[in-house]
Design a protein around this ligand. Structure first.
Ligand code: S3P
Length: 178
């Protein structure tokens, strides 16, 4: 039924665009394993993302992220992989992921992202950098990452979609029906 869909799918895109929730729904629909790169990084580091950034710096986080992405891209099993919002900005990550998988970028309007993250910016240190109002910082970082995200094969705006509707949209795109 889903013969046209590559064994590995990568969901990338800005923080709170729905990567993990939609990725999980998609993995269930396709009966594939779901993997979240942030969870793998936290497991390797033995501490949460906020502490990795605060104690070891962003460069250390990005180095771990690169290791995790390379390992997942090289693993043979079919999977749905959700990356952290900054992963695709790194060219090495883009190179290995684009060879191994179909890359789908999820996006959402800045005000929708702001609403979704307003309870948990502690776990997202990139949003508190520069002490800007949340929505302004989101718009700024999105703009900086525009070209990186544009390298994905497909983009789905989840602003007005439920998790299951977004997963359905991604499936239809992968099946060539949209
Ligand atoms: C980051 C996004 C986060 C996490 C880290 C850095 C980013 O993942 O990887 O805080 O640079 O956009 P989510 O997109 O899952 O929140």
């Amino acid at each position: 039924m889903n013969a046209a869909i590559k064994p590995k799918l990568v969901l990338t895109g800005f923080m709170a665009s729905g990567k993990s929730a939609v990725g999980r729904a998609l993995a269930a629909r396709l009966e594939r394993r779901f993997i979240d790169t942030d969870h793998e990084i936290v497991a390797r580091a033995g501490k949460p993302i906020g502490r990795i950034f605060a104690e070891d710096g962003e460069a250390a986080f990005r180095a771990l992220e690169r290791e995790v992405v390379a390992a997942l891209a090289a693993a043979p099993d079919p999977a749905v992989i959700a990356t952290g919002g900054g992963a695709l900005v790194d060219n090495a990550n883009y190179q290995v992921l684009s060879r191994a998988a179909t890359i789908i970028c999820l996006t959402a309007r800045p005000e929708v992202i702001a609403r979704r993250v307003s309870v948990s910016t502690v776990a997202r240190p990139k949003l508190t950098e520069g002490n800007l109002p949340l929505e302004q910082r989101i718009a700024q970082l999105m703009e900086q990452r525009r070209d990186a995200y544009a390298r994905a094969e497909f983009t789905v705006d989840t602003s007005d979609l439920s998790v299951s509707a977004a997963a359905e949209r991604v499936l239809r795109i992968l099946e060539g029906k949209e």
